[in-house]
Design a binder for this molecule. Structure first.
Ligand code: NAP
Length: 259
């Protein structure tokens, strides 16, 4: 049976490393449209900023008729001196593209690390690396397989895992014969957002299994991994909820504070 990586406990560790928080610029969140999941995620970010005494503001926009006018509002928000970090809460409503909004965020405030040449590492990717390091496993020479190639998770992980001397494979929706790849993983990171996309037959004994995926279902929050099956074979596994989620919020705070 595997050891469960406790994301909540690790997130507490990070928070302690951030304290005491000096007087600091705040976090500004741009929210567009109504999305119940986004409301919850923004609420989690607000809670932690409050706990750490970091100012917090939301710019809430409904879908617009006049982009030029809205653009000015976003620009003014992004340029506020009292906000050290600005993020766009994803996903955006259909037909609205993140790029146009990201262009308005100054590079030194892009705490989600989504702009080209950003100096910030996306918080989820930092959270995954922290979870891996918490296992005490030497990563050098291990085969790390990432499912999902988004800018927020999969792509930054390629560089971070290479820096640990892993051999890295990245899979996406066009990948063929996924089980033949996942079975060779010493470290498996799934960031797809499809519940049960990875089951116990798709992993080898002793794998470290990291579940980034979060999907809201009628039965509650579900990760990408069939937890019970994989937990029987893995050395370490992250749960959903309580795994990478709390680490992501904690590392967002670290990014805002420049740590
Ligand atoms: P995304 O932008 O939608 O990316 C999903 C990725 O999965 C894409 O690269 C897609 O491939 C790939 N994919 C789809 N079907 C696949 C399949 N059958 N086999 C292999 N890859 C497949 O999503 P995201 O923003 O990265 O988020 C992914 C998941 O992580 C979501 O559930 C999200 O809620 C969750 N998430 C959690 C946290 C956290 O804090 N725990 C943070 C961020 C995201 P293509 O590129 O070919 O389309």
């Amino acid at each position: 049976m595997s050891q469960i990586i406790d994301g909540k406990k690790l997130a507490e560790e990070i928070k302690e490393q951030l304290r005491p928080v000096p007087h600091h610029g705040g976090l500004g969140v741009i929210m567009i449209g109504e999305n119940p999941a986004s409301t919850i995620y923004v609420g989690q970010k607000e809670k932690l900023t409050k706990e750490l005494n970091i100012p917090f503001e939301v710019l809430k926009l409904t879908e617009w008729d006049d982009w030029l006018e809205t653009k000015e509002d976003i620009k003014d928000f992004c340029e506020r001196k009292d906000l050290a970090g600005i993020i766009v809460q994803l996903p955006l409503p259909p037909g609205i593209h993140a790029e146009g909004i990201l262009d308005l965020i100054p590079i030194d405030k892009d705490v989600d690390g989504l702009k080209k040449c950003s100096s910030f590492i996306p918080a989820t990717a930092r959270g995954v690396m922290y979870a891996l390091k918490s296992t005490g496993t030497l990563m050098t020479g291990k085969h790390a397989v990432i499912l999902g190639r988004s800018k927020l998770v999969g792509r930054p992980l390629i560089d971070l895992l290479l820096a640990e001397n892993c051999t890295v494979t990245i899979a996406h929706s066009y990948t063929q014969d996924l089980p033949s790849i996942t079975k060779t993983a010493d470290i498996l990171i799934s960031a797809v957002g499809k519940p049960s996309i990875v089951n116990g037959d798709m992993v080898k004994e002793g794998v470290i299994a990291i579940d980034v995926g979060i999907t809201r279902t009628e039965a509650g929050l579900k990760g990408d991994l069939v937890f019970d099956e994989i937990a029987k074979k893995a050395n370490f596994i992250t749960p959903v909820p309580g795994g990478i989620g709390p680490l992501t919020v904690a590392f967002l705070m670290a990014n805002i504070l420049g740590k």
